[in-house]
Design a protein around this ligand. Structure first.
Ligand code: NAD
Length: 373
């Protein structure tokens, strides 16, 4: 087996080679290393919440090289059995929501990926931190900025890392537009449009339950436009205004937003105009405009393939499985302190919740809300 030092040396050599390629490609290690055997350090992950997205992450992680699914935490014994069979997970790495604090005695698990309904993220991450394991949590990181701060504090205190599952921060089309903006190819950027929405089905699902979701479309899908405005423009907003419309108060009860339009102002003078909806289909478009050119991603946030163009033509990038690359990159962040192009740490997650808090406040008061991120 290769020593850690050998591995790091190899990594440095390949990093030097990669510096001649675009960093969008560098962000996709699983693509680049597809043909290379890998025997370096591996992040051993337990997934908490074996639902729709947990299943997607588990499947994608089978192709990750630096991250491996080794454990599960679930309240449903039959699901645990299925996953054990499917992914060869030993009994000793299986937990439920009552006993998962015992994971602290399990030396074979490095990190827990929390993929449960939004309202559970805070307490579950804090328990993971107290068990001495690194925590990855799905978006939205918590229900509000205060919850995010609690999670950050707990992970700091326990000396573990806290990451938020922002898969697009490692996605090649996304990173290519960020590179173009950074390299000045679009000139001075001064406008971003983010459209994020879909028509949600089953009215009984947790996403439409204020208690479990913490809100409506904004917590689930609108957050992509918020997050996107920051990484596309490359700065954090200083004010927000927002307006809500509701056409179906039966389905979208008190505290569950159906459609919200919002505007963000940035220190450079750039503005963003965004839409979040649970009742409009085919909303998945980012548009970034500068005085020399534009870039558009449409779709911008789906599982892929994403598609993009600029004023000069189509954007060509490798099509990857987002979660495969995400887990490789997160393993590198946790195990090797790798610095991602777009951060995915707790502070990054909390910024989006500070904006969401302000969006809800703006809707309530009808006022522009100042932001201090
Ligand atoms: P889901 O309903 O498919 O799965 C949720 C899982 O949590 C289920 O297995 C359910 O049994 C479990 N659970 C545990 N405690 C529960 C409780 N008290 N009530 C209800 N369910 C409980 O949902 P999902 O689509 O997998 O979403 C889970 C999280 O992942 C959410 O925070 C969501 O925002 C996030 N997500 C992220 C992406 C992404 O692209 N990053 C995509 C989808 C979902």
């Amino acid at each position: 087996m290769q020593s850690r030092r050998d591995f790091l040396q190899k990594l440095t050599a390949s990093a030097a080679a990669l510096s001649f390629t675009s960093y969008a490609a560098a962000a996709a290690p699983s693509v680049l290393r597809e043909s290379q055997p890998y025997d370096g350090p591996v992040l051993r992950v337990a997934i908490m919440g074996l639902g729709g997205y947990g299943s997607r992450v588990a499947e994608a992680m089978q192709s990750s090289k630096m991250a491996k699914l080794v454990g599960v935490i679930s309240g449903t014994p039959s699901k645990i059995k299925d996953w054990q069979t499917k992914y060869n997970i030993p009994e000793k790495n299986c937990y439920n929501y009552d006993n998962f604090d015992q994971i602290k005695n399990n030396a074979d698990i490095d990190a827990v990926y929390v993929i449960t309904p939004n309202a559970l993220h805070r307490d579950q991450v804090i328990r993971v931190a107290k068990a001495g394991k690194h925590a990855i949590t799905e978006k939205p990181m918590g229900l509000n900025a205060k919850e995010c701060q609690d999670m950050i504090d707990a992970c700091k205190k326990a000396n573990v890392k806290l990451l938020v599952g922002y898969r697009l921060h490692f996605e090649p089309f996304t990173l290519e537009v960020v590179r173009m903006r950074k390299d000045g190819e679009l000139g001075k950027v001064n406008f971003f449009q983010g459209l994020s929405g879909f028509k949600i089905g089953d009215p009984s699902q947790w996403r439409l339950n204020k208690q479990l979701a913490g809100g409506g479309s904004m917590m689930d899908i609108g957050i992509y436009a918020i997050n996107g405005s920051r990484y596309m423009l490359g700065e954090d907003p200083i004010w927000v205004t927002a307006q809500e419309t509701k056409t179906d108060p039966q389905k979208f009860k008190e505290g569950v937003d159906e459609t919200i339009t919002f505007q963000l102002g940035f220190p450079s003078g750039a503005v963003a105009s965004c839409l979040s909806s649970y009742n409009i289909n085919f909303l998945d478009r980012f548009f970034l405009s500068g005085d020399k050119g534009f870039a558009e991603l449409s779709p911008a946030t789906g599982y892929g393939p994403l598609k993009g163009r600029t004023n000069k033509g189509e954007i060509n990038q490798p099509v990857v499985t987002h979660q495969t690359v995400q887990m490789d990159e997160m393993a590198a962040i946790i195990l090797q302190n790798k610095k991602p192009v777009i951060p995915v740490d707790g502070e990054e997650g909390m910024k989006d919740l500070k904006i969401i808090d302000a969006i809800y406040e703006s809707i309530k008061t009808g006022k522009q809300i100042a932001l201090k991120l």
